[in-house]
Ligand binder design. Structure first.
Ligand SMILES: *[C@@H]1O[C@H](CO)[C@@H](O)[C@H](O)[C@H]1NC(C)=O
Ligand SMILES: *[C@@H]1O[C@H](CO)[C@@H](O)[C@H](O)[C@H]1NC(C)=O
Ligand SMILES: *[C@@H]1O[C@H](CO)[C@@H](O)[C@H](O)[C@H]1NC(C)=O
Length: 220
């Protein structure tokens, strides 16, 4: 009877552990409904340099699909054939680029669907769009808000330098004038100690010159 009791106890303990809420053996519901893959995936676009200046080059670098069969760049916020710069077909067999309506001759596609624009103009500013297509994969689409700024103009910096020099000269001459004035004041006091003018009285520079001229003539 002992072994039968033991077997019954074992069976009972297995059943309890199986259905126990915190038991290791727990059921996970079968994934009957798989989430449907999105048909569009937003990708991030970065660019180098981050603050492009007119006359410079820029390279726009999209993230997203590493392997794709074609990608397209648009000079607009929307996928629109009229604004297509080019379509880029990566290798194999070899990469090739097909010009679109918005191609200006300054745009080149590169690995990973980079967009290289040379000799930027202020008009190149805008919301660019890139798409990457691959069979059986959702469409990858990204935007880049490019702002091309004016280069710091040379005449401006020369002008500010000149105004700096001028203000330096003005300040310097003011200091020199003040020093001459102070010097003349003390010279005058030294030459005319009995003068009833007090030290607090202000004497204009012209007045000082008037007083000084005869004294220079008198004293050899
Ligand atoms: C701009 O790109 C062109 C072609 O890729 C290159 O010849 C030129 O040196 C670049 N200019 C600057 C300023 O990087
Ligand atoms: C660029 O255009 C897209 C599509 O219209 C828009 O969703 C996005 O906000 C725009 N980006 C910026 C920075 O304006
Ligand atoms: C860059 O563009 C300006 C006008 O936007 C033009 O005068 C200049 O020749 C161009 N430079 C190059 C290297 O293409």
């Amino acid at each position: 009877m002992g072994w039968q009791m033991g077997a019954a106890f074992l069976a009972a303990s297995i059943l309890i552990s199986f259905f126990h809420p915190t038991g290791v053996m727990s059921f996970t519901p079968a994934k009957v409904l798989l989430p449907r893959a999105p048909r569009i995936v937003l990708l991030k676009v970065t660019w180098e340099p981050s603050n492009p200046v007119a006359g410079q080059n820029v390279t726009l670098i999209p993230g997203g699909l590493e392997v794709f069969h074609v990608c397209r760049w648009y000079r607009a916020a929307a996928v629109d054939e009229a604004n297509e710069i080019f379509s880029y077909h990566p290798p194999p067999p070899s990469h090739w680029q097909q010009k679109g309506s918005a191609y200006t001759g300054r745009e080149t596609g590169g690995p990973g669907c980079t967009l290289h624009i040379t000799n930027l103009t202020l008009d190149d500013s805008g919301n660019y769009t890139v798409t990457k297509e691959s069979r059986a994969m959702p469409l990858n689409i990204g935007h880049a808000l490019l702002r091309v700024s004016e280069p710091p103009s040379v005449p401006d910096s020369a002008c500010s330098k000149r105004s700096g020099i001028i203000s330096g000269i003005v300040l310097g001459s003011l200091v020199v004038t003040a020093m001459i004035g102070i010097l003349l004041y003390f010279l005058l006091r030294a030459y005319y100690p009995s003068d009833n003018k007090t030290s607090t009285q202000l004497i204009s520079t012209y007045a000082m010159y008037e007083h000084l001229s005869p004294s220079v003539g008198e004293n050899p």
